[in-house]
Design a protein. Structure first.
Lengths: 111, 192
């Protein structure tokens, strides 16, 4: 015995009628030329996008190499490389600098 | 299959003539499916071209020519789905821009231009559309592929890459919802 109700059969009939009401249409004469125009447009876009991406990658690689070379060159300024931190600090603040280690004026009379 | 494997392989190697032959073989069928899926005759060719455009650029990803047809159907379903989503957004915008009277006038003018047969088809499409409004866009397409396009569960399984039982459950639920809407519409119209 079928489990399908009356509405089921009516709905099937509606779907069949819909299929009949919407047959496969014929394509217009412009279908193929328009399709190929779209394909070519997309190809052109992809080609220029790829070219831009390649240029960007090349530029990034060149920049990385240049930066690598720059960082790997040893500094030629004498003293700076061999100096320790303490020595550099001492050079920057010599002991005879008046404002740091100079005599502190003490005026006991002038209140 | 409407084309042989050799032709598909040639098209995969960017043979334009082979690709042309494939399009010519499937064009009518794809146009028909899209007509029934999107129900707007003026945009059918545009969506079909989008399907074949996607086919052209993804053909090299097809590993085995045996699955060509389900694959082409998947492209068709996806293109129709994308179109419907865009269309819904556009329609909301367009309708919000026009006054009610303007919408009625535009409808009347469009109605005056179409022929009687086209009007009947339009009416049929509208009634099926309103019935299928009870389910989601994805379920609507699934139901149309099964009930109107006549695809088998095995074919749908290949298109959706989902197991048959899951498809059965989804189809059953969608059909139940449509049946409910169908019953309600029948009651509204009354016995006469």
């Amino acid at each position: 015995m079928s489990m399908r109700g009356n509405d089921d059969e009516k709905l099937d009939a509606v779907f069949r009628a819909y299929r009949y009401a919407c047959p496969d249409p014929d394509a217009s004469v412009n279908f193929m030329p328009a399709l190929w125009a779209r394909i070519e447009a997309r190809q052109t876009f992809l080609f220029s996008f790829r070219r831009m991406a390649n240029a960007f990658v090349t530029a990034a690689v060149a920049l990385s190499i240049a930066l690598g070379v720059y960082l790997s060159i040893p500094r030629s300024t004498p003293g700076i490389g061999s100096e320790t931190y303490i020595e550099a600090l001492a050079d920057a603040n010599p002991l005879d600098t008046p404002e740091i280690v100079g005599q502190v004026p003490l005026d006991l009379n002038g209140r | 299959m409407l084309v042989d494997f050799e032709l598909i392989k040639r098209a995969q190697n960017r043979d334009s003539a082979a690709f042309n032959e494939i399009v010519l073989a499937y064009r009518k069928r794809i146009l028909g499916t899209i007509t029934r899926l999107i129900a707007r005759s003026e945009d059918v060719e545009d969506v079909a071209q989008e399907v074949f455009l996607r086919l052209y650029f993804s053909l090299d990803q097809l590993r085995t020519p045996e699955v060509f047809e389900p694959w082409l159907y998947r492209l068709t379903v996806n293109a129709a789905f994308d179109y419907l989503r865009k269309q819904r957004r556009r329609q909301e915008f367009r309708m919000s821009d026009l006054s009610e009277q303007q919408v009625l006038m535009a409808d009347a003018m469009a109605g005056g231009k179409v022929e009687h047969e086209e009007q009947l088809r339009k009416k049929m499409r509208e009634s099926v559309d309103s019935l299928l409004g009870a389910v989601s866009e994805a379920d609507r397409i699934l139901l149309l592929l099964k009930e109107v396009e006549g695809l088998s569960l095995k074919e749908l399984e290949k298109i959706y890459k989902v197991n048959e039982n899951a498809l059965k459950v989804r189809l059953f639920r969608a059909r139940q919802r449509v049946l409910k809407a169908f019953g309600a519409a029948g009651k509204k119209e009354g016995p006469g």
